[in-house]
Design a protein around this ligand. Structure first.
Ligand SMILES: [Zn+2]
Length: 193
């Protein structure tokens, strides 16, 4: 995104249940700050983390103009692996489970923004939903199916990045054709159920 400019710092923070804010450091570039945050996402199951954000602060500037909120995420329990490592990017409506051995993801369809693509790279499963809530329901159905089939969700999966997921999605979409469901995005569910 923005080029690193002298006089700016990038500050990733996470919020615990109850409102306690944990700072993850102060960094000279957005890229590093984001990497630190994404690395933290893998371990969010260790604490009661509910959200995260990445802020840019201008140094030596007094007042609220010094702060720019670059991105914010909500931490949810992953509908596939049941760990609180499913991070939803609230600005771009995309999500990825950062838990080791999962990789469940959802993202706006690249052609139709009102459609959400969801997937599980390890089993090459791709699906579409009309809202985040519906996407979570589809994930849970799939997880139940996998359990019923005797497959252990965790054992078969490796650590996927969003880039892996996107590349796979592109390939599958090209092969099968994009299907639009054509309805508006639902509101982000505030609670799991
Ligand atoms: Zn997961």
């Amino acid at each position: 995104m923005d080029e690193p400019v002298v006089g700016e710092v990038f500050v990733p923070t996470v919020e615990e249940e109850g409102g306690n804010i944990i700072g993850l450091g102060v960094f000279s570039s957005e890229k590093i700050a984001l990497n630190v945050l994404k690395d933290y996402f893998k371990h969010s199951w260790k604490g009661k983390i509910i959200s995260a954000n990445l802020a840019r602060w201008q140094v030596d500037l007094i007042g609220e103009d010094a702060l720019t909120l670059l991105a914010k995420w909500s931490c949810q329990v992953c509908p596939i692996c049941d760990r609180p490592t499913f991070w939803i990017d609230l600005d771009n409506f995309s999500a990825l489970c950062h838990g080791t051995a999962c990789g469940a993801w959802m993202e706006d369809n690249i052609y139709e923004t009102e459609v959400i693509d969801i997937g599980l790279p390890a089993i090459r499963w791709l699906h579409q939903a009309r809202s985040i809530k519906q996407a979570m329901t589809e994930f849970k159905k799939k997880a139940a199916e996998m359990r019923a089939a005797g497959g252990d969700v965790d054992d078969e999966m490796v650590d996927y990045t969003m880039e892996d997921a996107k590349t796979r999605m592109e390939r599958i979409l090209r092969k099968e054709g994009s299907i639009g469901l054509g309805t508006a995005l639902g509101d982000l569910p505030s609670e799991e159920e």
